[in-house]
Design a protein around this ligand. Structure first.
Ligand code: SF4
Ligand code: SF4
Length: 117
């Protein structure tokens, strides 16, 4: 999914005009994407003169860090609320299961998409 780096968007509005499904709008002086409307066509990425429109792959490290941080936060809460380090570790293992499940869903989705060719 595309996202806009607000630090380098100049608010020129080119992407707003060119998006085929009107998924981009101006928020004060920078553009933002309505991800539920976006059809992932890539037009905005190709036409932005500032290179402000980025791919998901450019956020991987950030997403991984956020996943680890939220897991640590849950573990702290479990340890505090349930007064047990074992519960915190159960939480860690549940989060691992959650991400394994996400991985399986992604792999199966890829398999189905490859069949569409
Ligand atoms: S084309 Fe690029 S710089 Fe111009 S508004 Fe869109 S994201 Fe910002
Ligand atoms: S990827 Fe296509 S549909 Fe999505 S915001 Fe960009 S131009 Fe619009």
């Amino acid at each position: 999914m595309p996202w806009i780096d607000q630090n380098c968007c100049t608010g020129c509005g080119i992407c707003v005009d060119e998006c085929p499904v009107d998924a981009i709008s101006m928020n004060v002086d920078t553009a933002e994407i309505n991800i539920t409307e976006c059809i992932r066509c890539g037009v905005c990425h190709d036409i932005c003169p500032q290179g402000s429109i980025r791919h998901d792959s450019e956020k991987k490290a950030e997403i991984i860090k956020a996943n680890v941080e939220i897991t640590k936060r849950y573990m702290e809460l479990y340890a505090h609320l349930l007064r047990s380090p074992e519960e915190a570790d159960k939480c860690r293992r549940r989060m691992i299961k959650h991400f394994i499940n996400e991985k399986i869903i992604a792999e199966k989705t890829i398999e189905e998409l490859e069949k569409l060719a």
